[in-house]
Design a binder for this molecule. Structure first.
Ligand code: NAD
Length: 503
């Protein structure tokens, strides 16, 4: 494998982008101020394609977290009292600004998280859509009236903002995964303290703060504390101030965050890992199944919670499917994400690369065969297809989170469902068949939060419930589901006539 990085590409001055605040990104955002790094440690933001340092941002301390939660708590009540159309307008304006700064954002997606142009387009659209739906929730904070069993009483169930929302997000779709919580939270009258991932503090947090500031959000409603999870994560998730702790990331960290949140009676909303199966039944349209399989496995280097992690293919189609998928994998252009036409960029960092490479090597040691790819250079990993896989091999039983497609054969629909469910995760999945009723039976048997028939597992629509079961999380995001997560119900009853008490 040989990756040529075009020498004419200079590292962009990310501190000088139009979207950047006056003092660049080397600041926290709290109470509407860009607080300079001072003597805090620095987080180096690296371009994963070239390994060049793009800029530094401050590594927030526990005191910064306390301060951010305090100003968020102060700002929340007044923000919640603003009329809904005003809250909606600020959020909606952020969507418009994403359009205005799409060029800057595409640069940042490429150099901060290794996203190729296609991925930048997906992420921008996802962020805009979630912001539009999130903004609309401001007008939909409805309650209801319930008849009372007590004569002369009226029951009103009103919906209030939860209060302060703590948000922790990962690096893979940083702007989108952050926006899908921050936008509805703010529209509904909450305030937010956000800790973006240390790999993507700009697209995962500081850039969104700059957009909300420009959209006219009052100080303190959104605060951003970039920091290392292992340094401030426990303090952040076990803090007494927030009412909701929204976490998107790995199941391992999510379990810890959830436990710490519950210890403070904070409601955890956990969107975690996946080990998603793409099931190709014996009557599937092979070409369609392979097209979907390639897209679901290799988009953004397989670094999505809802990527296809395992391909389960009926034995009658197995050899043809493996050959066609290997062909597709070998044809995908690998390169610097800034290069037009590159479809596969680098993975995010060394530890992710090493983990992915290890899963492939250990699977081969256990008898799997590399049908395509298998090599890596720097943080670039070739799209890799593995045959002769069983579900207990490392590339199949772990969430590999890389451009790797392990293909496992099965004999019957029942066996496919059994293999698909043989994992602690239950996030997304897909079934390919020319008989939709048969595919529906298989989908019904899959223990996941989402299944897509005659498509692949990588789907997320802003108005459709998103989330998983088992180790894939607790709760659902998007539209009414996120509205429920980010608000609380209060019963107010009025006893209109004197009540007869027993004594
Ligand atoms: P990660 O869990 O390592 O990190 C996610 C976030 O948690 C980061 O901001 C990190 O700084 C923070 N963190 C780390 N340790 C912490 C601690 N002790 N306390 C509090 N926060 C801490 O996950 P990752 O490797 O960056 O992201 C990939 C994972 O995220 C995959 O498992 C993927 O499936 C999952 N993911 C899930 C969804 C979803 O919607 N279900 C979406 C995207 C990614």
């Amino acid at each position: 494998m040989s990756i040529e990085i075009d020498p004419s590409y200079e590292e962009p001055d990310v501190d000088g982008l139009d979207i950047a605040p006056d003092n660049g990104w080397d600041a926290l955002y709290a109470d509407g101020e860009w607080v300079s790094a001072g003597d805090r440690d620095a987080i180096e933001v690296e371009n994963p394609a070239t390994r060049a340092t793009l800029t530094t941002v401050p590594s927030a301390t526990e005191d910064d977290v306390d301060e951010a939660y305090a100003v968020a708590a102060d700002a929340q009540e007044e923000w919640a009292e603003r009329p809904p159309q005003e809250r909606a307008a600020v959020v909606t304006r952020v969507g418009d600004l994403i359009d205005e700064y799409a060029g800057d954002l595409a640069t940042l997606f490429a150099v901060e998280c290794g996203g190729v142009g296609l991925k930048a387009g997906f992420e921008t659209e996802l962020a805009q859509n979630t912001i539009e739906v999130g903004g609309s929730l401001a007008m939909r904070r409805t309650g209801n009236i319930k008849e009372s069993v007590t004569p002369g009483k009226e029951n009103m169930v009103v919906r209030e903002p939860a209060g302060v929302v703590g948000v922790i997000t990962p690096w893979n779709f940083p702007l989108y995964l952050t926006s899908r919580v921050v936008a509805p939270a703010i529209a509904l009258g909450n305030s937010v303290v956000l800790k973006p991932d240390e790999n993507t503090p700009i697209t995962g947090g500081l850039a969104l703060a700059a957009l909300f500031e420009e959209a006219g959000l009052p100080p303190g409603v959104l605060n951003v504390v970039p920091g290392y999870g292992h340094e401030i994560g426990d303090h952040f998730s076990g803090h007494p101030v927030p009412s909701v702790m929204s976490f998107t990331g790995s199941s391992e960290v999510g379990r810890r965050v959830g436990q710490r949140a519950v210890g403070q009676f904070t409601d955890p909303a956990l969107e975690l890992g996946g080990n998603n199966a793409h099931i190709v039944l014996s009557d599937a349209d092979l070409e369609r199944a392979v097209d979907a399989g390639a897209f679901g496995s290799f988009t953004h280097q397989g670094q999505e919670c809802i990527s296809i992690n395992r391909h389960l293919v009926h034995e009658s189609l197995y050899d043809d499917y493996v050959a066609a998928l290997a062909d597709r994998a070998e044809g995908l252009p690998i390169g610097d994400p800034r290069e037009e036409g590159a479809l596969v960029g680098p993975v995010i960092n060394e530890s992710q690369r090493d983990k992915i490479v290890r899963f492939v090597e250990e699977s081969v040691e256990r008898g799997a065969t590399v049908e395509a790819g298998g090599d890596h250079e720097g943080l670039f990993i070739e799209p890799t297809v593995l045959s002769g896989m069983t579900n207990d091999m490392p590339a199949a039983c772990n969430e590999h989170f890389g451009p790797v497609a392990p293909v496992i054969p099965f004999e019957s629909d029942e066996e496919a469902v059994r293999i698909a469910n043989d994992t602690e995760y239950g996030l997304s999945g897909s079934v390919q068949s020319t008989d939709v009723a048969r595919a529906r039976d298989v989908a019904d048997g899959m223990e996941t939060g989402m299944v897509h028939i005659n498509d692949q597992s990588l789907n997320d629509e802003p108005h459709v419930a998103f989330g998983g079961v088992g180790a894939s999380g607790i709760g659902r995001y998007n539209d009414e589901q996120i509205l429920d997560t980010l608000t609380t119900l209060k019963l107010i009853s009025i006893q209109r006539e004197p009540r007869e008490y027993p004594y």
